[in-house]
Design a protein around this ligand. Structure first.
Ligand SMILES: Cc1cc2nc3c(=O)[nH]c(=O)nc-3n(C[C@H](O)[C@H](O)[C@H](O)COP(=O)(O)O)c2cc1C
Length: 172
């Protein structure tokens, strides 16, 4: 299911003590969402369960961020990321997300778990500029090289700062 509602400039802001929690299967299909996830996404639990997590993907998010996220969690590591999400009614909400793999008793990945909290306004300002530049690189790059171009931009920015992705993300 795709959200056909055009994105608006209406922002929803998480409260300090909110946690948005969801889990997915290995393909990224939603298997659980807490009450706050339902509230912010604007979907019913019925609509969310079984849907791909990209149901709340916002067009302002660069593809490179999700490529990095999936590469990281599939390699059995946790990933932190700032994400701008699209609610069903077209409004948006920023989250600071932590995504981790879930393991079965044999140690194989059986799904993913994500918890998100309210990002600081200052962090959103920093990351929005980077995402805007990544998105522009993707639009310039054409579909094949798009993601590589935007990830290169991110890596160059990190190299200039002498930081790993996670050092940087946790520092802003
Ligand atoms: C546990 C988990 C949570 C996710 N949470 C979000 C989310 O909140 N917003 C989002 O846009 N993508 C989220 N994703 C990534 C989506 O699966 C998807 O890769 C992304 O929306 C980009 O969509 P696309 O791959 O169709 O371009 C999550 C993935 C996992 C595994």
């Amino acid at each position: 299911m795709k959200n056909k509602t055009p994105p608006t400039t209406v922002e929803r802001i998480m409260r300090e003590d909110d946690f948005i929690v969801s889990t997915t299967d290995i393909k990224g299909r939603i298997t659980y969402g807490n009450r706050i996830f339902i509230e912010f996404s604007g979907y019913t639990e019925r609509e969310l369960l079984g849907a791909q997590h990209n149901i709340i993907r916002h067009p302002d998010m660069p593809r490179g961020v999700f490529r990095f996220l999936w590469d990281t969690i599939q390699a059995q590591n946790e990933c932190f990321a700032y994400v701008k999400n699209l609610a069903k009614d077209g409004s948006f909400y920023w989250v600071f997300a932590n995504v981790t793999p879930l393991f079965d008793p044999q140690g194989h990945i059986e799904g993913y778990f994500s918890v998100r909290r309210k990002p600081r306004t200052e962090s959103i300002a920093v990351i929005s500029n980077i995402y805007r530049a990544m998105l522009e690189a993707e639009q310039r790059g054409g579909p094949r090289e798009a993601v590589d171009a935007s990830l290169r931009l991110l890596q160059n920015m990190l190299a200039e700062k002498g930081l790993t992705y996670h050092e940087f993300i946790l520092s802003i």
